[in-house]
Design a protein around this ligand. Sequence first.
Ligand SMILES: Nc1ncnc2c1ncn2[C@@H]1O[C@H](COP(=O)(O)OP(=O)(O)OP(=O)(O)O)[C@@H](O)[C@H]1O
Ligand SMILES: [Mg+2]
Length: 288
Amino acid sequence: MSRIKPGVSKEEAKAKLQALFTMQTKHKQIEENMKKIKYKIGVISGKGGVGKSTVTANLAIELASRGYKVGIIDSDFHGPSIPKMLGVEDKRVMATRDKKMIPVKGPLDIKIISIYFFLPDPTSAVIWRGPLKKSFLEEILASTLFGELDFLLVDLPPGTGDEALNLIQSVNDLTGLIAVTQPTDVSALAVAKSIDFAQKAGVKILGIIENMSGFICPGEGKLYKVFPGKGGEWLSKMFNIPLLGSIPIDPGLAEAEDSGGLYIIEHKDSIFGREFKKIVDSLLRILK
Ligand SMILES: Nc1ncnc2c1ncn2[C@@H]1O[C@H](COP(=O)(O)OP(=O)(O)OP(=O)(O)O)[C@@H](O)[C@H]1O
Ligand SMILES: [Mg+2]
């Protein structure tokens, strides 16, 4: 407990103690909430637009389709995209009388909480300062009624910024992180930085996923290599972290994500669908 310095007024001391009490209560609530969840996994990348949200959404779909209870926290404060990808953008988060948040129920009973649900309209921008992001994430972790879950997946924004650090600091027993990259040097080097950051913060990287490993030509269905650079294999060797798998660019997937469709359920036999299943198999093996 921090000391109240001499010379501090009674009101200031009272406010400080109150703030300390609120913080301790919040941390206790987070601990209680997180205890009910078996695996808590963040999805990171040093780079924007490589497919973190795509990976998060499809991991959730695949795991839920195998009977696991899954929840998602979309902690991308500047570009929340999970609600659109899972077709629940019209829904809103409800609150109980004691101010707990009831997450939105998505397809396959996936429980979703996203900053998107709190925005007045989908195109409005919010100016988020660092401390506000931290307290909002803590509020989500402390007050969302996820209940018992097998998996809680946290979709993070690009980079090694506030959100990743806040997650690591707020969830003591984080299972680990999954790093997403593309087969380009620019992406691999940015992702290498975020892996280094996570390792320095003492968090385990469970595996690497290479996205956009090639392009599936519509109609023909053939796979073409598009990017020639360093990819998942390079990162895997450099950090001695398993490569969970590589997924191609599939125009059908992008279309499905824009309309909230469950591509890997509806197109189980697509290359993307098959590769994604292998990724989940590898992840489950690692977690055993
Ligand atoms: N393998 C893929 N095949 C086709 N489209 C893809 C693939 N991966 C991602 N996309 C599309 O590319 C866009 C960017 O992907 P996504 O939003 O998942 O990236 P992100 O890393 O979460 O981005 P941000 O850094 O902005 O959060 C989306 O429109 C998504 O549908
Ligand atoms: Mg994203």
